[in-house]
Design a protein around this ligand. Structure first.
Ligand SMILES: *[C@@H]1O[C@H](CO)[C@@H](O)[C@H](O)[C@H]1NC(C)=O
Length: 279
């Protein structure tokens, strides 16, 4: 069976096990404690794996079900939800931050049960951010929230106009509500001439959006999708690497990270990988 290993199309003997090898090498790498270097390590491994493919053998293939590691147990992660305009962009903004493990586009802030993209009722487009509180905290996420949109614009962001694009900080408990209110006050003093429209509300429910709205920016860049092994949709949605590259694809990573990833990808392309030479 020929499989999704498009970066090897110009090579003989594409093996299924190679693709799995590649794929799970990424997962293992994600278990690494130093996630700051995640992308760098991953891309180094990518070239390593290519070398191994040339030699027609493969790095150990971990068993698909029993050993797929998680870098953190879900209990140690915290969750935050923000609405700041189009969720395609919101997901990209938060996905690239160190300490953010997963991101999900969705709907929150309204009362409609099971909202959908074309009929989301009174909900706002939102992003759910799962983060490691040892690496980034709610206060820092608030900073990113404020600096990533214009909270003075009433019910919209740029050309996206309508209540679904309103600005909301969702909170869980009194401490987060206090931090949110304080940060809004501070932000308001920065722009005395206009009122901040941002609402602060207790999170009631969050409905994940349809698959086509997850990692939307990354999906516009097939080359980047190939680079991480064309993960199936369910894995793409929970992948830390995909969350990071989604931010990179939208050019919304912090500048230092954006440059790091750029350099790594350009290096790989210079070495002739993963360029399709003929069909
Ligand atoms: C809210 O916080 C509590 C503990 O502080 C936690 O157990 C719960 O999962 C949180 N809920 C959400 C939606 O994050």
């Amino acid at each position: 069976m020929h499989v999704q290993c498009p970066w090897l199309l110009d090579r003989p003997a594409i093996s299924l096990s190679y693709c799995h090898c590649f794929h799970y090498t990424i997962s293992e790498e994600m278990a690494s404690a130093d996630r700051n270097l995640l992308i760098l390590n991953f891309l180094t491994l990518a070239s390593l794996s290519l070398f191994c493919a040339d030699k027609a053998f493969c790095i150990r293939i971990p068993d698909r079900d029993s050993t797929t590691p998680r870098e953190l147990s879900d209990q140690s992660l915290k969750t935050a939800v923000f609405a700041l305009g189009s969720f395609w962009r919101s997901e990209a903004v938060f996905g690239c931050l160190n300490g953010v493990v997963r991101t999900t586009s969705g709907y929150a802030g309204g009362s409609k049960i099971n909202p959908e993209y074309r009929s989301l009722g009174d909900h706002a487009e939102s992003v759910m951010v799962e983060y490691d509180p040892k690496e980034i905290n709610f206060r820092q996420l608030l900073e990113v929230f404020w600096s990533s949109h214009d909270p003075r614009q009433v019910f919209g962001q740029g050309p996206d106009v309508g209540p679904q694009y309103r600005s909301i900080i969702f909170t869980n408990g009194t401490e987060e509500a206090r931090l949110a209110a304080m940060s809004k006050e501070r932000e308001q003093t920065k722009s005395r001439s206009s009122i901040l429209t941002t609402q602060i509300q207790q999170l009631e429910s969050f409905y994940p959006a349809e698959p086509e709205h997850q990692k939307f920016e990354l999906k516009r860049h097939p080359m980047l999708l190939q680079l991480i092994g064309n993960l199936p949709e369910d894995e793409l949605e929970v992948s830390n690497l995909a969350a990071k590259l989604n931010g990179y694809a939208a050019e919304l990573c912090p500048q230092r990270i954006q440059k790091q990833i750029d350099a790594k990808i350009n290096g790989i392309i210079r070495r002739g990988w993963p360029v399709l030479r003929e069909v």
